[in-house]
Design a binder for this molecule. Structure first.
Ligand SMILES: [Zn+2]
Length: 293
């Protein structure tokens, strides 16, 4: 009986292959999508362990819309994922994301996948506006200065999280993007920073989906604490005229302009911040709590 069943399945397989190969236009069917789906069915990717710190900054997705896109951000602070999630849990922050990946590799969920989180702002992806409506936002803890390295443990956690989301929601790998690629107007955002490797992420995700991923054996620890934990400086570039502009581009949130104002009191009265001016940016979210409110 077993042999008969095997024979039947083998015969069915051969005939299906013949039908597929002889069907006109078969090669035009997106082969990667089929392969992905096959691989996804073969390896059930385990759900990552999640710390849950809910954010009120969410709203229902439009009727019938499911997430089909993943948007990557950096947090632009030295704070932990838990600290960022506590910030997202405040209504006055007016921002959130679905997930926050800590430097050490733990993950916090702020908003469930079936709801919009408020991470993309004015945005468009493949011609579709309001990316929040159809995307999952992931924050990667990093200063975003293109100097702080992204530790191995963080890549590892991010790779497994993204692969799990891809499998869970059947997201095309083409629909994994960065905030800087979808922000409107173009150039409004810089995350993820230049030293974040999209190639490393994508290679890892494909390996997880294929069941060939190997967790790095000796993961590098996160970078040591900053020399100055309070703030860092940047020089004002063309198009950055107000604290809101600076907060939007460097802190990923125009609401945080109040923190930049608190750190740069000498410029509060300026109608326009001079080009080339050195500006202090907060490294932590503590400024919001202790100095502003
Ligand atoms: Zn962002």
């Amino acid at each position: 009986m077993k042999n008969l069943r095997q024979t039947l399945f083998a015969a069915l397989g051969i005939s299906l292959t013949l039908v597929a190969c002889s069907t006109p236009g078969f090669r035009n069917l997106a082969p990667n999508t089929g392969l992905q789906a096959f691989q996804a069915r073969r390896n059930v990717i385990p759900a990552p362990e999640l710390m849950v710190i809910p954010s009120p900054n969410q709203n229902p997705r439009p009727e019938g819309v499911k997430p089909d896109t993943i948007v990557l951000h950096h947090t632009a602070t030295a704070g932990t994922a838990e600290r960022v999630a506590r910030f997202f849990s405040r209504p006055d922050a007016k921002v959130s994301a679905h997930y926050i990946v800590d430097r050490t590799g733990y993950i916090v969920r702020s908003v469930p996948d079936n709801m919009n989180s408020w991470h993309a702002g004015r945005s468009a992806f493949k011609g579709r506006p309001n990316v929040n409506d159809f995307s999952i936002g992931i924050e990667i803890c990093n200063l975003g200065d293109s100097i702080e390295a992204y530790p191995d443990a963080q890549y590892d956690a991010l790779i497994k999280l993204v692969a799990w989301l891809v499998q869970t929601h059947q997201i095309s790998l083409d629909n994994i993007t960065r905030h800087r690629d979808i922000a409107v107007p173009a150039g409004r955002k810089i995350d993820t920073s230049n030293n974040f490797s999209v190639a490393r992420l994508m290679d890892g995700v494909q390996a997880v989906l294929a069941g060939t991923y190997v967790t790095p054996p000796n993961m590098q620890p996160p970078a040591p604490p900053l020399d100055n934990p309070e703030w860092r400086t940047v020089r004002v570039q063309p198009g950055q005229q107000t604290f809101e502009d600076l907060a939007d581009i460097y802190l990923d949130n125009p609401q945080r302009a109040v923190e930049i104002a608190a750190l740069n009191p000498e410029l509060r009265e300026a109608s326009q911040i001079p080009l080339g001016q050195l500006i202090r940016l907060p490294n932590t979210l503590d400024y919001w709590d202790t100095h502003v409110h």
